[in-house]
Ligand binder design. Structure first.
Ligand SMILES: C[S@@+](CC[C@H](N)C(=O)[O-])C[C@H]1O[C@@H](n2cnc3c(N)ncnc32)[C@H](O)[C@@H]1O
Length: 435
């Protein structure tokens, strides 16, 4: 079963589920089977700690005493039993037992069968309305690591932390963008139904149809890109020489290219494979893709707009990448912060006087966001932190920002979107100007 194989790879090779699901390995499956595979993989990753808790209880032993293959097969079945009602319990149990046998764990098959029979009687969903939320209860009910939830409660308050956790457990929407005005009609003809974005006027949200199987997607005329990511790219504005420091897979570079058709745009990406992907995806003639560590670029190359969309924990995207919450450790944040600070410093040193840089992440963690900007600006005189409100108001008056309540997108001078609060991923952005 494809879901079982993908989950094992996510676990063992630190692979990303979303990438594996889109890597062509599901090509031979029917549309229904592809949808079920996606649902099982994402569902198991979203609800993993709760599934493990019920499995350990039913098995009478902790999950680390179970073989990876047996545990994965049990998780897939436990998810079907607890969260999907279209698959009969006996079918879910039999499939899982077969997976255990196929994985050469034949001797564990009766055990898996017994555990799942116990589990099939347990009701997993609960009435959430009457619960008084604490970080521990939020973490348990919504299957998140408690340390992460504690941070969100401290940073955003219980109500917002609750919304983040709840949203992380849902299938997120798919937002897209395209430059050609004929693409929308083309997609409609291929059975894809779109509605206008809630945040960014030019964005569209898919409400029906399979966008990745359209000619427009295959031809590179459509980008799947969350609305908050599109908004961050809009914040970069217009200039004559632009640098995109961390560019792959190129969602934001494509926005920069569309808005600055006559500018010279340099897009750097350290990873060779990702730089190649970026070249394939962004074919605008004015974009030069350079495979390099941006930190090695000489300072003072004179760009009037710079984007530093740095590598980050991704905690603002857990609905799309649920495996992140099980991999990330509190101590990873300090390491990320160091790398992010170095990239922001490099970005600022590329600016011409009066030029502006946007620093952004898809993280909800202060260390990777406010703290990086504050620390870097503290050590770099000659730069001013601009108020994102001004740029958002400009985007609103030009008709590019659809969202009416600009204040709700701000945290101090920064842009801050929160999943479950805004209809998009959790992004952070700061705009810095060289004096
Ligand atoms: C958050 S992703 C960028 C997403 C991209 N801006 C977009 O909108 O599609 C960060 C990227 O930065 C790359 N990266 C990390 N460190 C880098 C460095 N020192 N120089 C250049 N690229 C780097 C990573 O390989 C990754 O592809």
């Amino acid at each position: 079963m494809a879901a079982f194989d993908i989950l094992l790879r996510v676990d063992r090779q630190d692979a990303y589920a979303d990438e594996l699901l889109h890597s062509g390995r599901l090509e031979r499956l029917s549309k229904t089977d592809r949808a079920l595979t996606t649902e099982l993989v994402m569902g198991v990753l979203r609800w993993r700690s709760r599934l493990d808790e019920s499995i350990s209880l039913a098995a009478g032993r902790p999950r680390d005493k179970l073989d990876a293959e047996v545990l994965t097969a049990l998780r897939v079945a436990a998810y079907q039993l607890g969260y999907l009602d279209r698959i009969p319990a006996h079918a879910a149990i039999n499939d899982s037992v077969e997976l255990v046998k196929r994985a050469r764990k034949r001797s564990a098959a009766p055990f898996a069968n017994a555990v799942l029979r116990k589990l099939s009687g347990i009701e997993v969903e609960k009435a959430w309305d009457s619960i008084e939320w604490t970080p521990a209860i939020l973490a348990c009910e919504f299957a998140h690591p408690q340390w992460l939830v504690e941070r969100w409660v401290a940073e955003y308050g219980t109500e917002r932390a609750y919304r983040v956790c709840r949203q992380d457990q849902r299938v997120p929407n798919t937002a897209v963008r395209f430059d050609d005005t004929t693409t929308e009609a083309e997609l409609r003809n291929e059975g894809v139904e779109l509605v206008p974005g809630a945040l960014v006027a030019g964005a569209r949200v898919v409400v029906a149809g399979d966008i990745v199987r359209t000619q427009a997607f295959a031809g590179g005329r459509v980008f799947i890109q969350d609305e908050a990511s599109q908004l961050v790219a809009l914040l970069v504005g217009t200039g004559s020489r632009l640098l995109d420091c961390c560019a792959a897979p190129g969602g934001k570079t494509a926005v920069l290219a569309a808005r600055n058709p006559t500018a010279q745009i340099v897009a750097t990406e350290v990873n060779a494979h990702r730089a190649e992907l970026l070249r394939r995806r962004v074919r605008a003639a004015n974009v030069e893709v350079v495979q390099a560590d941006v930190l090695t670029r000489p300072a003072g190359e004179g760009f009037d707009r710079v984007l530093a969309d740095v590598p980050c924990s991704g905690t603002g995207t857990l609905a799309r990448n649920p495996e992140i919450k099980w991999r990330l450790k509190p101590e990873d944040l300090a390491d990320l912060q160091k790398r992010q600070g170095a990239i922001l410093r490099t970005a600022l040193r590329q600016l011409t006087p009066g030029g502006q840089a946007v620093y952004s992440t898809c993280s909800l963690e202060r260390e990777e966001c406010e703290a990086v900007v504050e620390e870097v600006l503290h050590g770099e005189p000659g730069y001013t932190l601009l108020h994102c409100r001004d740029e958002l108001e400009r985007l609103r008056s030009s008709g590019e920002l659809a969202w009416k309540n600009i204040d709700s997108l701000l945290s101090g001078k920064f842009l801050r979107t929160i999943p479950g609060v805004h209809p998009c991923d959790g992004f952070f952005a700061a705009v810095v100007q060289r004096q």
